[in-house]
Design a protein around this ligand. Structure first.
Ligand code: MN3
Length: 202
């Protein structure tokens, strides 16, 4: 069973003006599709074939750069599309809001910490909100296509919100203005999905 590019649940232009349609189309059909195909090639006829992606990443040999880069790219983008939603964004509430306020003091402070993690990631990478067993949340960032599931992967919890800060994620619309892209992201977060992931992982 090969991994399949997960279906995008909205149109390419659905996140405009925050994320433009051309960026979405290229990002999904070229980048994510490429990671998916390269992951399948990297694990074909190895003992990783047929395993869930989470198992592959948690037990990853970090020296296996093909699986590290493409398995990370497959997983990270699969999460990324689902934590954005143009129509049913929901709002931050319930247990997740409580956990964020307990850790950061306020939702605004959480947003500042997350935005800083995304803005200060040098080069390409991701910013994450993770949850640890027991429900404690943490913000971190990772380089390239690494993520917190991987051995020694930053906060080390389960990622429940992720932001792609590779230039391919924003350059067409924002050029070098990564902070503007980060601010725009907060307008399209699907909190219902983040809360669902929180409840499942805590
Ligand atoms: Mn990307």
């Amino acid at each position: 069973m090969a991994f399949e590019l997960p279906k995008l649940q909205y149109a390419y232009d659905a996140l405009e003006p925050h994320i433009d349609a051309r960026t979405m189309e290229i990002h999904y059909t070229k980048h994510h599709n490429g990671y998916t195909n390269n992951l399948n090639n990297a694990i074909a006829e190895t003992d990783l074939e047929g395993k869930p992606i989470e198992d592959i990443l948690i037990n990853l040999d970090m020296n296996n750069s093909a699986v590290r880069n493409n398995g990370g790219g497959f997983y990270n983008h699969s999460l990324f599309w689902t934590v954005m939603n143009p129509e049913d964004k929901g709002y931050l509430s319930g247990e997740l809001r409580d956990a964020i306020e307990e850790m950061f003091g306020s939702v605004d402070t959480f947003k500042d910490v997350f935005a800083k993690a995304a803005a200060t990631r040098f080069g390409s990478g991701w910013a994450w909100l993770c949850v640890h067993k027991g429900g404690r949340v943490e913000v971190c960032s990772t380089p390239n296509q690494d993520n917190p599931l991987m051995p020694k992967g930053a906060c080390g919890g389960t990622p429940i919100l992720g932001l792609d800060v590779w230039e391919h994620a924003y350059y067409l619309n924002y050029q070098n203005r990564r902070p503007d892209y980060i601010n725009a992201f907060f307008n399209v977060i699907n909190w219902n999905e983040v809360e669902r992931r929180y409840a499942a992982a805590k």
